[in-house]
Every structure is written in structure tokens, then in C-alpha cells.
Design a protein around this ligand. Structure first.
Ligand code: G3P
Ligand code: MG
Length: 266
């Protein structure tokens, strides 16, 4: 048995990352503002062990600083501006701790697909040990899916809670040969696939094996349209508003709007 999770059609990737700097409190507020109740967020540990919401191995792309995340303390991160790189409107945005993010998610009555992001040089076990107790305490199982590309992190996560209390999602780029064994090992709830690499027969097999299918990161709802018929439960997208507009009135969506969406993967 799995938690009674009602998967949404749309999950805002790194928060609403087309409208606000990714993985920030502002990006989650932006998703909420447009009526999207689920967000995908990445979590990692700083050098001092603090769990923070961050995607990259370093701070170069998304802050006004430079260096590796694992060389920073919490105090040092709070001197960084993680909003101005995106736009002046977000100048002064601070890196979010996991704790602050969970408080916001609860305040807004939202749900999370949290990705355990194990970048090069990072320890999956330490990440799980710091993150799992905090999240399991903060969120009911119905509002939480934990995912990772890292099988060690997923296996260790399973030791913290049984399948009825914790939904685990296996993230894949190309579907690997041993995916059924890997999903079985962790008693997976879902499989999160790169939509642009997925084949219809694979989508069928995933669902026949009993797993919900989530797809990352489609930003063009026209190109993604066939995947709904393949049984995709959720699209994890940077562009939830473009999807909303298209899904509510497919024929009325101006082609120009869709053509503007070019960034499918970062
Ligand atoms: O969880 C889906 C997606 O976020 C995985 O890739 O690199 O955007 O974290 P990435
Ligand atoms: Mg992610």
C-alpha cells in the first residue's frame, strides 16, 4: 500500500521557475499564486550539514557568489543574493533552508515532490540522514513524494519509513535495463522519467508494473500532449501557466505562445 496521494496534473519544477528564481521561497509563492499546489524542489547539504533547497553543485549560476555548495556554511549563504541573477525584481532573495521551505509549504497548504539531489562529491547517506526525519515530521504522507536519481539515497530513505508512510519516486533519464528490480527494491510509488526520451511501450510497462508515471521537464504543452494518452499522471514543468492555458483551451492557444517556449532542459 502507498499513501493516498492524489497526483496533480501539473507540478511546478523548482517552484514556478519560469516566473521566479528557481528553488526559492518566491518560486513556491509564484506557483501558489497561479493555483499550482505541487512543487518539485531539490535538496542538498551545505558544508556545515544544513539542508538547503538548491539544484547545482555550485553557486555560480544562481547567485552573486562563486564556489562549491559543500564549501559553504549556512551563515555564508545568507550573505548571497540568489534572486538578482534572475531579475532585479528578486534582488535580495536569500537561499532557502529546507526548514523554511517546509514552513512555507505548510503555510500555503501545498505539497512537495522533493528531489534528493546527490551531486558529485556529495554523500547520499548523510543527505538522507539529515533530510528524512525533518520532512517526515513536517508533512503528511499524502502531500509528499521523495525522488532521486541516486539509488543509494532511495534505498536508505526506505529504511526511515514503510511504503504506506513514504512515497518514493525513482528518477531516470533513459529508462535503465534493471528499472523493475530497482523500483522493487525501494517499493517505489512512482517513476519520474525524462519525457523526451520516453517511449510509449516503456510508459505502458511502467504503469503495468503498478507505478505512477511522472514526467520531467516538458515546457511545451503541444509537444507533450500525446503523453497524457500514454498515461502520464503529472507533468513537472517550468511553465505551469502555459500548460494551464493550453489544457483549458487547446485550440485557442496562439501557436506563437507555444513557439516561444524553447528551453526544455537545463
Ligand atoms: O525531478 C525532476 C527533475 O527536477 C530532475 O532533474 O536536474 O531538474 O533536478 P533536475
Ligand atoms: Mg530536480
Amino acid at each position: 500500500m502507498h499513501p493516498e496521494i492524489s497526483l496533480p496534473t501539473l507540478i511546478a519544477h523548482r517552484g514556478y521557475s519560469a516566473a521566479a528564481p528557481e528553488n526559492t521561497l518566491s518560486a513556491v509563492r509564484a506557483a501558489h499564486h497561479v493555483g499550482v499546489s505541487w512543487v518539485e524542489l531539490d535538496v542538498q547539504l551545505l558544508g556545515d550539514g544544513t539542508p538547503v533547497i538548491w539544484h547545482d553543485v555550485d553557486i555560480n549560476r544562481c547567485s552573486d557568489g562563486r564556489g562549491k555548495l559543500r564549501h559553504l556554511s549556512w551563515k555564508q549563504t545568507q550573505d548571497l543574493d540568489v534572486g538578482r541573477w534572475f531579475s532585479a525584481a528578486f534582488a535580495g532573495e536569500k537561499m532557502a533552508s529546507l526548514e523554511a521551505m517546509l514552513a512555507l509549504v505548510n503555510e500555503l497548504d501545498m505539497s512537495i515532490n522533493l528531489e534528493l539531489k546527490v551531486n558529485r562529491g556529495h554523500d547520499p547517506i548523510a543527505l538522507v540522514e539529515r533530510v528524512l526525519p525533518v520532512v517526515l515530521e513536517a508533512l503528511p504522507a499524502e502531500r509528499f513524494v521523495l525522488s532521486s536519481f541516486d539509488q543509494t539515497a532511495l534505498r536508505h530513505s526506505r529504511t526511515f519509513a514503510t511504503a504506506d508512510n513514504l512515497a518514493l519516486g525513482m528518477l531516470v533519464n533513459r529508462l535503465p535495463k534493471g528499472w523493475q528490480t530497482q523500483c522493487g527494491e525501494i517499493d517505489a510509488f512512482s517513476l519520474h522519467a525524462n519525457w523526451s526520451r520516453l517511449k510509449r511501450a516503456q510508459a505502458d510497462a511502467i504503469q503495468q508494473a503498478g507505478y505512477s508515471l511522472l514526467c520531467y521537464t516538458p515546457n511545451n504543452p503541444v509537444a507533450f500532449q500525446p503523453l497524457w494518452a500514454w498515461g502520464a499522471a503529472s507533468a513537472i514543468t517550468d511553465e505551469p501557466e502555459i500548460f494551464q492555458r493550453y489544457l483549458s483551451a487547446p485550440t485557442a492557444t496562439p501557436p506563437a505562445l507555444i513557439n516561444e517556449v524553447t528551453k526544455e532542459q537545463r
